[in-house]
Design a protein around this ligand. Structure first.
Ligand code: 0WD
Length: 274
């Protein structure tokens, strides 16, 4: 039991397809106790049964991270119901639809500000508000994507937000290291979730990654969950400021590898078709 006695809060479960759900499952399996948050009333109905499934029916709280008062209220509730906590999972991102397809240079300032606020600043604000509750051996985890390091078609505005999130992870890691708080990010490969549905041509991304990653498959939320559990537990006690790729190795590829069958016929075409 790698997380026995550890308590934490997970922000960003929308349903049982969410990456945050996979992380919760892996942590619960290792003995953690978890509080969950939901964005709004329609998601509350989805999150409550999930919390109940994980034995956390009494630890479910509203938190729209674009509203500072809700983050403050979350701190009060967690303090009352859980006391000290050992980990935070920030699995939240949002960009207006106009920022996830089309010409990048067309993005409005309003869309840019919303994406940066919800997807980046929220990590800083959540950590700052909950810091008084964090133990001096605690771990913060956020979720990013390769589109924050390299150009990915249609990821557009979210790519810029993820680049900022990755640097935020590193600056927070340095700043909070002295308080015994580690801060890391998982850069997950593409996974079909609610959030992913907003990204143009997402099905092609899935096919492309499966065809061209060294492991020749797409990552599952259980696999991201297990890596998340490692980063939240003491197994990773000397790891901070890390952007840890959990993407079946896709990020190491500089160019798609050509694959041939036993007859010398190319088995994967340029567009990922087998
Ligand atoms: O391919 C993917 N799915 C990848 C996702 C690959 C790599 C990284 N990620 C990241 C996402 O960018 C995000 O940061 O993982 C994180 C979790 O995303 P997810 O699990 O793919 O998506 P989802 O299940 O939709 O959870 C994200 C949730 C929101 O769901 P909806 O679908 O309602 O947007 O983030 C939450 C919300 O529950 N969220 C908020 N929570 C609090 N306050 C807010 C907000 N303002 N906005 C969105």
């Amino acid at each position: 039991m790698f997380m026995k006695g550890k308590k934490g809060v997970i922000l960003g479960v929308a349903n049982d397809k969410s990456i945050a759900y996979g992380i919760a499952k892996a942590c619960i399996a290792q003995g953690a106790q978890i509080a969950f948050t939901y964005l709004n009333d329609s998601l509350k109905k989805r999150v409550e049964p999930i919390a109940a499934e994980f034995g956390s029916a009494d630890f479910v709280y509203p938190c729209d991270v674009s509203n500072p008062d809700e983050i403050k209220a979350l701190k009060e509730s967690l303090e009352k119901d859980m006391g000290q906590i050992d980990f935070i999972v920030h699995s939240i991102a949002f960009a207006p639809k106009e920022g996830l397809s089309g010409r990048f240079y067309d993005i409005s300032k309003q869309a840019f500000d919303i994406a940066m606020d919800v997807s980046v600043y929220s990590l800083i604000e959540v950590v700052r508000e909950l810091k008084p509750l964090l133990s001096n051996n605690s771990s913060v985890l956020t979720l990013t994507y390769y589109g924050g390091a390299k150009y990915i078609p249609n990821y557009n505005l979210m790519g810029v937000a993820k680049a900022a999130l990755e640097m935020t992870t590193k600056y927070l890691a340095e700043d909070l290291g002295r308080d015994g708080i580690r801060v890391n990010a998982i850069s997950a490969g593409p996974i079909k979730t609610l959030a992913a549905a907003g990204i143009g041509e997402f099905r092609f991304m899935l096919k492309w990654n499966e065809a061209h990653s060294p492991l020749k498959k797409n990552v599952s939320i259980d696999e991201v969950g297990n890596s998340g559990m490692y980063l939240l537990s003491d197994l990773s006690s000397a790891v901070t400021g890390e952007i840890h790729y959990v993407d079946c190795g896709y990020n190491i590829m500089g160019m798609p590898a050509t694959s041939f069958d036993e007859n010398g016929k190319q088995t994967i075409a340029w567009n990922g078709e087998k």
